[in-house]
Ligand binder design. Structure first.
Ligand SMILES: [Zn+2]
Length: 242
């Protein structure tokens, strides 16, 4: 029995190593994805700013024609002033001239405000575009590095996987079956140590009698709580006395 337990411990160690490779690969990929998302968010912000700029440009053009028309009306009414006969007509024209002058000035102010807003937004777009292109360049470099790293991990993993298959084949089929089921259902951790009477898989305390049995290793023991396969591990520091 002891030998089967050793094989299980060894198989678990290999599987944990493989899981570690998979985690490392997933972490690398997650970093790349989050950087891609950061760039995408900036590009979306740029698009929003651009549509605001377009809207402001349109308003600015409309205001400009309002402004030009007011200017034309001022000149037109001023010319008419020379031909008027009655003071009533004179008063009416004066009033129109004043109104259009006011509109002329007011539209000019509005145009300036639009232009200022447009300039501000264009600056923000330029800043974001700058950031984006910098980030894109760095990301492209990171992708190359990560792809290389993943390739390296994959090839190391491949040789360990073939070693794993050999170890697994050496196990008694019922043990292998139980082991595989636990790996699948218990977060890739099927064989765990008992340390100071505690299962290192679920951290629940075990009955003292069971711990004595596990230590003897005469049969396969499993945790009553998480069902993982247990083996006894001497508490650290007990072997060497100072
Ligand atoms: Zn447990």
């Amino acid at each position: 029995m002891k030998e089967e337990i050793f094989k299980l411990i060894k198989l678990q160690a290999i599987d944990s190593e493989i899981a570690g490779f998979d985690n490392t690969i997933a972490n690398h990929q997650a970093v790349i994805t989050s950087r891609e998302q950061a760039i995408e968010e900036k590009q979306e912000a740029i698009a929003v700013f651009r549509s605001k700029i377009e809207l402001l440009n349109q308003k600015q053009r409309e205001t400009k024609s309002e402004h030009d028309e007011a200017g034309i009306r001022v000149k037109d009414r001023q010319n008419k002033m020379m031909q008027v006969q009655t003071s009533r007509e004179h008063q009416a024209l004066l009033k129109e001239i004043e109104e259009n002058k006011k509109l002329f000035k007011e539209t000019e102010d509005r145009i300036l405000q639009f232009l200022e807003q447009i300039e501000q937004l264009e600056q923000e777009v330029a800043t974001l575009e700058n950031l984006c292109s910098g980030e894109q360049q760095l990301l492209a470099e990171a992708v190359v590095t990560v792809e290389k790293e993943i390739k390296r991990i994959e090839s190391t993993k491949k040789s360990i996987v073939s070693q794993r298959d050999k170890e697994a084949a050496a196990l008694e089929p019922p043990y292998l079956k139980r082991y595989a089921m636990l790996i699948d259902k218990r977060d890739r951790l099927a064989v765990v140590a008992v340390n100071v009477n505690v299962c290192q898989g679920c951290y629940m305390a075990l009955p003292p009698q069971q711990v004595i049995e596990i230590r003897k290793a005469e049969k396969l023991h499993t945790c009553p709580t998480c069902q993982r396969i247990l083996y006894y591990k001497e508490p650290e520091g007990t072997a060497v006395e100072k």
